[in-house]
Design a protein around this ligand. Structure first.
Ligand code: NAD
Ligand code: DAU
Length: 334
């Protein structure tokens, strides 16, 4: 099988490519990634020499390039996106460009060559839950509340529209919050662990009682593997970790694992429009495809903290601005 993985140099995409190369040595993988500030070839250093893996720097909005690649693959798996909610609040332009128009560009190429298409989406499209609401599932109406989630919702709608209108063979996964190795240090886990390792305080937004359903990244990648191979065309699968915790519980776990005290916590101004609670019901993918997360919350948190401790060079380069500055310059100059 020949895979076009878009956005494979980011956090989840790089973990996915590593899993695919390990599980399917005869597959051919092309990784198309623009290397925005969030894309990092160091995420795939250990596999970059594989004969069946090829990296290509490029934009999913580049229709000519996209068509030339789609023509020669069996499936497109789209991870490419602007993904940080706080950045979308500062400026949503790149979110609309990549998440919406970029998705449409990929869909057009998939339509032209009738290729299978998988969209990697998020639970944020469903909005925010009250304390007693049941978890999101595949029938929950979309109610996005941040510019990021609005752009992801728009792209999901487009993907489904191409299925209904053109019979394009698509699937979608809506996953909860991921954590684990190679997460860019602007998201909760990456930022908080590295701050604590540097002896800096961690900025908890508001009261820190917002809840997320945390899933270890490899478990998400295994779910995508199942959906692209056995998922039913036209269907959506919700993926979650049953790792429902408040941000303060996560923060306290970091403090415990690193032997630090409460003085390292700073409560700062809340994120505007901050979604209070996400939770996912994964019954469908468990029942129909036999998926289940393998990594417990305790184990995943330990592994993640250990990974950041063992890979100081990786995140120091990013935090010192070396990569960030280079990639941001590239991004703006394009
Ligand atoms: P990330 O920000 O770490 O990586 C995104 C990647 O996309 C980067 O490598 C970046 O260079 C690339 N990219 C951005 N714009 C591009 C463009 N125009 N053309 C080509 N490449 C481009 O993101 P992530 O956390 O790995 O998320 C991957 C996908 O999974 C996203 O679609 C996101 O919405 C979704 N998702 C993320 C989570 C999470 O918790 N991180 C949860 C559910 C779903
Ligand atoms: O739910 C899936 C989504 O999870 C993905 O679609 C997004 O791409 C991904 O970024 C993530 O979005 P969140 O906004 O939930 O993740 P983030 O790591 O930014 O924040 C997690 C929680 O931690 C959230 O309640 C905000 C809080 N937070 C975050 C940061 C960066 C803080 O309290 N302080 C911080 O500095």
């Amino acid at each position: 099988m020949r895979l076009l993985v878009c956005g494979g140099a980011g956090f989840i995409g790089s973990n996915f490519i590593r899993l695919m190369l390990a599980r399917y040595p005869d597959y051919k993988i092309i990784n198309l990634d623009l290397l925005t500030y969030a894309g990092n070839l160091a995420n795939l250093k250990d596999v970059e020499q594989r004969a069946n893996y090829k990296f290509l720097r490029g934009d999913i909005n580049d229709s000519k390039l996209v068509e030339s690649l789609v023509k020669d693959v069996d499936i497109i798996i789209n991870f490419a996106a602007e993904t940080h909610v706080d950045r979308s609040i500062m400026d949503s332009s790149a979110f609309l460009r990549t998440n919406v128009i970029g998705t449409q560009t990929l869909l057009e190429a998939a339509k032209k060559y009738n290729r299978r298409y998988h969209q990697v989406s998020t639970d944020e499209v469903f909005g925010s839950l009250g304390p007693n609401d049941p978890p999101f599932n595949e029938t929950t109406p979309y109610d996005p509340r941040s510019p990021y989630s609005a752009s992801k919702a728009a792209s999901d709608h487009l993907v489904r529209a191409y299925f209904h209108t053109y019979n394009l063979p698509i699937t979608i996964t809506n996953c909860s919050n991921n954590y684990g190795p190679y997460q860019f240090p602007e998201k909760l886990h990456g930022l908080f662990i590295t701050n604590l390792l540097e002896g800096k305080q961690v900025p908890v937004y508001g009261d820190g009682l917002q809840r997320r359903d945390w899933l270890y990244v490899e478990d998400h990648c295994e779910a995508i593997d199942l959906v692209i191979h056995q998922g039913k065309v036209g269907e959506t699968y919700c993926v979650g970790g049953e790792g429902d915790r408040t941000n303060m519980e996560i923060t306290n776990k970091f403090l415990e694992l690193l032997g630090l005290g409460e003085a390292m916590v700073a409560h700062v101004k809340d994120r505007p429009g901050h979604d209070r609670r996400y939770a996912i019901n994964s019954d469908k993918i468990r029942r129909e495809l036999g998926w289940a997360p393998r990594t417990s919350f305790e184990e995943g948190m330990k592994k993640t903290v250990e990974w950041y401790k063992a890979n100081v060079d990786w995140w120091k380069k990013i935090k010192s601005g070396e990569y960030l500055k280079y990639y941001e310059e590239q991004y703006i100059m394009r």
